[in-house]
Design a protein around this ligand. Sequence first.
Ligand code: PLP
Length: 464
Amino acid sequence: MKAILGQAPKPSKNHRPHHVKLGVSRIPGSKSRRLFQEEQRYIAPGLQTIALLPQLAIERGDGSLLTDVDGNTFIDFHSGVSVCSLGYGHPRYVAALKVQLEKIAVGSFTTRNRLELVKLIARLVPRPLRRTQLFSSGAEAVEAAIRLAKSFTKKFHLFGFWSGFHGKTAGVLGLGGPDWKNEVGPLPPGIHLAAYADCYRCPFQTTFPQCGFLCVEHLREQIKTEANGQVAAIVVEPIQGTAGNVVPPPGYLKVLQEVAREQGALLLADEIITGFGRTGRMFACEHDKVVPDIMTVGKGMGSGFPVSGVISSDEITKAEPWSRPSAASSSYGGNPLASTAALATLRAILDDHLVLHAERVGALMLRRLQAMQEKYEFIGDVRGKGLLIGIDLVKDRKTKEPLPRVLTEQIFLEALKRGLLMMGYTARIRIHPALTLPERLAEEGLNILDETFQAILPRWKSLT
Ligand SMILES: Cc1ncc(COP(=O)(O)O)c(C=O)c1O
């Protein structure tokens, strides 16, 4: 893998040009407000909070900078929820898509780019993983992976984790936290949830490593009492993204894999957020030296184009009915444009050494945030791997009571006014910029965050 990843890159020149000023006095600006409000008359409710809160209308993106229709520019620590791994308008990515669009855009026939893509993925994944089937969304890929696990094991119980997230379609909703699945009626049977190794908020109130992975012991017992020998897969995010970029302790995936093996179940690693370099490794499972039986990928693999995939071994992907003609396919999965987008993305990740870049810039950011934690008592926890970083904001460090929403929304808007966009409107701030984020922009964004925390300090003090 080292040979593929290459040497650490030289610092990128893609920093903010001097004439581009960050921040604004009013969010949203008048043009954004007008477009947003007009759209609200026609668009159905339910958009992401990050779009609803600031009401920005976006004009264009350039690397890690986003510009709205009023001409305001923001450093982007969000990258479309960890999607735009190459940053906006990456020249080789844009050029590859333009060429392909002029040739052909749809269809499931073999194309040169799809062939090159699945060959490249086979080179990047650890053995025995080798074969990829392509889809469009993350939820679709996880559903397909679950069908594959059921086809292979001939069992149907699934174990997922509290606060997990695998998409919003019926087959995966049950595997996630309560926010999306309550009040939508019965979901498919056979889905069980166990506590994730969220050590900062450990439900068993223990501490790692003294706990000896008590949460996994609990899972082991839970499986025995609820579905002994009947489990198709344990479905896990190597780092829980939507939950707040929650990093489990080292060795977690290894012990989960042991439980899966004991049960004759598969370990299904959902690498949709973590895959293809995000955590400073090509795949997050590598941190624990674990090779899952099935891996799902998406988001950053297409750097903005909707493309996702299920990756597994020769042996597992042969399982029927999953492998029968048309059984694992979809209208758009791996179409010529999607394959081109993914191929261009993965090639750029390799050619520009973005895995090492993510590791290095992520480590710098983490150190800086840890220094902020010393300074601001309302920062309860800072954690991360590569460019996937989470922060817990608390009212009180001892009780760990989350900072109330009124304050976290102020943090989000104050940061935005100063020129930083991040998923920071809840008590669990999520930072996941483009993998191309230049070091200088990372520093500049963190300066803004520091100023924002300073501005919020008196309001936090008045709470306590
Ligand atoms: C780990 C994980 N799996 C699956 C999904 C669902 O992906 P999509 O929104 O493309 O359906 C997400 C989305 O955030 C995710 O983070």
